[in-house]
Design a protein around this ligand. Structure first.
Ligand code: AMP
Length: 568
């Protein structure tokens, strides 16, 4: 394995990437950097996202820029605004010690005037989405005559999104004397056509075998009845308490529905789809990036360009129509050497598709069985135990209280205390699962071998609903959307005011007020701690809402509050 120095990366760039923690080149970098620095060949690189391709083309191309020539010398085309910004940010990081080198992202959905302004000031590297670049070309505001290197990043995605005509038009406007690099996760026919028409004897580089599935990823399918899909999703999510993943849905409507249901059921989730405004999408993506969201429910298109490296899971809520979409979805986990799990919740009719995918990723799926209530409880219990083991004890702060605490619990032995701590966390969950049947698993084996359900879900439903609000009180606070409050800021406010340890659920922010449920034992503490709070001239008040005024039909929501607790 070579070092970046041996690949002849120059000093200012070396310093910048060392600061980013890049110690050794990734395989795609080892292959592509020498070609771009030494040779003049066109390159087609088949590389999944997350393989380090931005630096593979970015480092050598930055090195070849002549800073004195203040016109675009490198053009990078990519499918989405998010990816465009991501690439530009990466290149700015790599070139932070090259004085006066300018990288400009141009993309739709943002002021074209300010982009034109920046262009006129002089730019060396232009990162563009095809649509916006076409717009700039039509207005004659961009000069591509000095472009010596063109990169198509995520070329397959660009074709999928219908940019092939724009790409052709852009190529026609570029100088004939140029090098072209094409990066793509898959190799559909359209890519071969571009290569044939616009590239000269390209070198083909394949990172991993062509179309091979990333071996860091486990692919698991769960075959369930259509009506059990959502419950199966919840079970699976419950089974992985530290999950940080994307749930892919097929349509915008389904995406919103599933996100709404998850939020209503107390999960830390939100939706990302094309019907949201750009600023709403940015907000959701930002929350997800900084892990204020555990689950992002998204359509394929909206999730494009969202670059998050350490997803633990990708969940396919139903299979996508084509195998390529599946490989893109699963490629979002198991990145940068990490492991990941790609889950499909599907119907037995989709079995053929599973086989098709297997033949493309060259790997067998594991047949999963939706975890039973007991399995989920056990898993969560051990996760809780892990948390107890890991929690940092503030010896100094707690020291004063310890004698009192010991005195209070003196009559209990160690075993009793442990049992009580566990019960505090798990009584409701155990109760819930006791009343919920396990999900019917559809198998592709002969009928006699089918796994039986323990309790029909319908029968369990009635009991479950009566149990659902046990031990909780519905509270109303006289602050709402009009005061700039949202779900996140409400949680934060309560945590700041009360000092943490609160498990909130059913949070709703209305215009003038907001409501949420908390455990009965916590009600007094919350009401009292808000007595002292004032916003402007208004006294803030929290009060319990009589049970008759509650909304009905709320189901059990397990302690997803735990996830939140960590964040605020
Ligand atoms: P990309 O495929 O360009 O999106 O890169 C995937 C991730 O790998 C990004 O977070 C990069 O910052 C990171 N990365 C790229 N090259 C290296 C390297 N040589 N060493 C460590 N991390 C890297």
């Amino acid at each position: 394995m070579k070092t970046f120095e041996e690949l002849r990366i120059a000093e200012p760039i070396l310093r910048a990437i060392q600061e980013l923690g890049y110690e050794v080149p990734m395989p795609v970098q080892e292959e592509v950097i020498p070609i771009l620095l030494e040779g003049n060949d066109d390159v087609i690189a088949l590389a999944q996202t997350g393989t380090g391709k931005t630096a593979a083309y970015g480092l050598p191309l930055l090195q070849r820029v002549v800073v004195e020539n203040t016109y675009p010398q490198v053009l990078i085309l990519c499918p989405t605004r998010e990816l465009c910004l991501q690439i530009a940010d990466d290149l700015k990081d790599y070139s932070k010690y090259i004085t006066r080198l300018k990288v400009l992202p141009v993309y739709g959905g943002s002021s074209i005037e300010s982009q034109i302004n920046m262009l006129q000031k002089g730019v060396h590297i232009l990162v563009a989405t095809p649509g916006r670049l076409m717009d700039l070309m039509r207005r004659k505001k961009v000069d591509l005559s000095g472009v010596g290197n063109v990169v198509l990043d995520e070329a397959d995605e660009m074709l999928d999104m219908g940019f092939s005509e724009s790409i052709n038009a852009i190529f026609e406007a570029l100088p004939a004397e140029r090098h072209t690099l094409l990066f793509s996760a898959t190799m559909p026919k359209g890519i071969a056509a571009i290569a044939k028409q616009y590239m000269y004897e390209p070198k083909e580089i394949v990172i991993g075998r062509k179309n091979e599935g990333n071996q860091n990823i486990r692919d698991i399918y769960y075959m369930v009845r259509a009506q059990d899909k959502y419950v199966a999703l919840k079970r699976i999510v419950d089974y992985y308490p530290n999950i940080y993943g994307i749930v892919f849905c097929r349509t915008r409507k389904e995406t919103q529905e599933i996100a709404d249901k998850l939020i209503r059921d107390g999960y830390n989730a939100d939706a990302l789809h094309g019907e949201l405004s750009q600023s709403q999408r940015d907000y959701v993506m930002q929350k997800f990036r900084i892990r204020h969201l555990q689950l992002l429910v998204a359509t394929d298109v909206a999730a494009r360009g969202l670059d998050v490296d350490d997803l633990t899971h990708v969940i396919n809520y139903g299979l996508p129509d084509d195998v390529e979409s599946y490989t893109h979805r699963r490629g979002r986990t198991g990145r940068a050497g990490k492991t990941g799990i790609s889950i499909c919740i599907c119907h037995v009719r989709e079995k053929r598709k599973i086989r098709d995918i297997e033949s493309v990723i060259n790997k067998k799926f594991e047949a999963g069985k939706v975890p039973t209530g007991k399995e989920v409880c056990t898993k969560q219990l051990f996760n809780f135990m892990d948390e107890i083991e890991r929690v940092k004890v503030d010896e100094e702060e707690i020291a004063d209280l310890m004698p009192q605490i010991f005195r209070k619990l003196d009559w209990l032995d160690k075993e009793d205390i442990i049992k009580r701590i566990v019960s505090l966390e798990f009584n409701r969950m155990i109760e819930y699962y006791k009343n919920n049947g396990d999900i019917k698993v559809l198998s592709d084996e002969p009928k006699s071998k089918k796994v039986k359900t323990e309790v029909p879900a319908k029968k369990a439903k009635a009991k479950k609903e009566t149990d659902s609000n046990n031990g909780y009180t519905h509270l109303r606070i006289n602050l709402g959307g009009i005061d700039g409050l949202g779900q996140d800021s409400l949680i934060k406010l309560v945590y700041q005011q009360v000092g943490g340890g609160i498990r909130m659920r059913r949070i709703e922010v209305k215009k003038l007020y907001s409501t949420f449920d908390v455990q009965n034992a916590e009600v007094e503490r919350i009401i009292n701690s808000f007595r002292v709070l004032q916003v402007g001239n208004r006294k803030v008040s929290v009060e319990a809402v009589p049970s008759g005024q509650k909304r009905k039909g709320r189901r059990f929501e397990h302690s997803k509050g735990k996830g939140r607790k960590k964040k605020y």
